[in-house]
Design a protein around this ligand. Sequence first.
Ligand code: GLA
Length: 771
Amino acid sequence: MGACPSSVHHSSIRGTIVSIIIRETAGPARGGPGFHLRNEAFSYAFCVLRNGHLGALHAGAPIRGQEGFDDLLKPEPRPYSCSVYRDDPSLSLEHLRLEYPCYGTTDFRLPAIRVEPAAGAVLCDFKYRSWRRFAGRSAIPGLPSTYAESPDEAETLEVELFDELIGATLVLSYTVWRDFAVISRGATIRNDGPRSFALSACASASVDVPMAEGTVLTMSGAWARERELTTRPIAPGLAASYSLRGISGHNGGPFIALASPGTREDSGEVLAMALVYSGNYEAAADTDSFGVTRLRIGLDTREFRWNLEPGESFSTPEALVVWSGRGYEGMSDAFHRIMRTRLARGPWRDRPRPVIANTWEACYWDVNEKLVLELGREAAAAGVELLVVDDGWFSGRRDDSRALGDWRPDPVKFPRGLGPVADDLAKLGLGFGIWMEPEMVSEDSELFRAHPDWVSGDPARPRSPGRNQFVLDLTRPEVAEFVFRSVRDVLSSARVLYLKWDMNRPITEAFSPALPADRRGEFFHRYLLSLYGVIERLAAEFPQVLFESCAGGGGRFDPGMLPYAPQSWTSDDTDAIERLRIQWGASFAYPLSMTDAHVSASPNHQVGRITPIGVRAAVAAFGVSGWELDFRALDAPDRNLAARWTAWWKENRALMASGDFRRLRGFADGDGNEVAWAVVARDRSHAIVLHVRTLAKPNPAWSRLRLRGLDPDRLYRVRRTEASAGAPHPATGAEWRTRGDELQAIGLPVEDGRSITGDFRTLVFELSPAD
Ligand code: GLA
């Protein structure tokens, strides 16, 4: 470990370089080596300070940094600060940029770690001990994480620190990727001492950066309004996003970014973090009075408390740290690429996702065998590939007041069970999918009557219902086993190819009587570990099943579910115009291959808006597209259009799933009346562009939509479809040829100054090689 005075390791693969440079020789302010992780897009450097703690040096543009790091570290004595050493007033942690800091000595900002020893002060003093590095990346026990498919894709540095008084070892892990502008981070803490201690904060990543100006970007929202974007100026104080709901939530999401002043889609610097986790989290930007912002992400620090007995260890979820010198677009590209290809996994990661029809908005709880087969016939005629039987199929489930937990087919609605229905759908050429909400129980259920004690909460206090239901105490092994078996039995009872795993309420009164008093603060995280464990086992046993995650729409729309469920129900709001905003917001961190988008009925069930089917289909095409309406209720022209849009999406789904997403015009631009985006193939040969003018305007201004990411030298064939008027090309389209440079410098014509075509006018442009 760390023997040589200076060690540089390069792997040069396909012209890109990933390296970890380690400088052992210490300068005056250093107490140990400096570390520099870099690839072509991102440099991340830190070092050991004189007191053995870690100092943050750089998280940003790629630099060579081979000459040493001491010029980046200039401790100065400052008034009214306390110093670590009597003989050196310059070493005040408050005035240094720190890497994984702790509170309690001379730093006063939000700590990354908080350890409560069995006795004595709540302080910790982790000092550098050693480092090691290895090719590839190792898994985190019990938690979802990114993975390298071959050891040359990534290199990992582990830095070990030790608090002698507590007897605690802290291992910080950093993976630098060959192909992504991402550093994967995490921490493991081990009790190597004779006495137990508790962890009450343990961030996945924390770094101090010299950013006093710019923007803090977080996600916010509510049910049916998920993934709204919140921007705040970077200013002294705290800007944060968090969840204490037991799910990552509709109201935020484990993501935070700092952007330099004036950052746009394609320019400006962005440092961002996302947490690979689906429960309580905290993402914070803490700006001090000296122009330094601490960016931190990890488990929530308010309710969390974890006991570590001698010999035990605790690992945090993984944080994805992204840097972009190409504005928000570069940030999104990095998140999309790593999440789609090295976080999502299993046979469905790269497979074309089936076009599904879901029964929910078609019939809600009134689902039955006859209806499923009728819908199936219509859906199959429209080119749909799989039918999902949503809520309402199981014993006694007539509405949301009963039956969760009783996962047997309702004998009246499905007298033959699920198997024959799946077989009949197969004869129509359709796969069969099913909805479950396995973590829940209704009070009016056989499960509740048999096991009232399986509900999470304090039996001495009232439990708050949510959608008339309660959350099972997954921290108990027998309950987790019940959940596993319930799902396994359903999946093995029929040819199930798809499972929608829902979770329709947050966790309140979080408590398990089975946990000892000193482990109460472990409830939420234990719940998540158990949930991941159950889904992991199911995914291993049923590799053919495509899992979709869902929590009342986008309540668990986060990176943590991706390894198990490569796609996620984005929102219960299926209105096309609302979805523009929701899918726009989601795209900041999440890939289109994860973002489910269904065409639903008009008038829309959530907002009552009336839109043409082509508008709904065009917006839903930018994601994992599907249908969520009663095909029988469509008139003949709309049925025809449904079939044509389905065929069109199938032709384009590979591009939608793998291309680069380009946000071109949004609600924050101009008068906010137009939204435009594009998906551009990685080789820049093809692109599909969407432009929606939400409200019609008389006598509109001439307008062109400039594209980005094309090959400027290429001659493209452009096919224009007015989706609001009908089907995709060629029925309503026009076609011409233009070179990439012109499309980027001048743009596509989206308003010719004459046409008045009603509200929600939607244009789709398809670009393909013309030569
Ligand atoms: C949640 C989901 C919906 C649907 C219903 C069924 O709200 O988001 O898509 O599955 O549950 O109850």
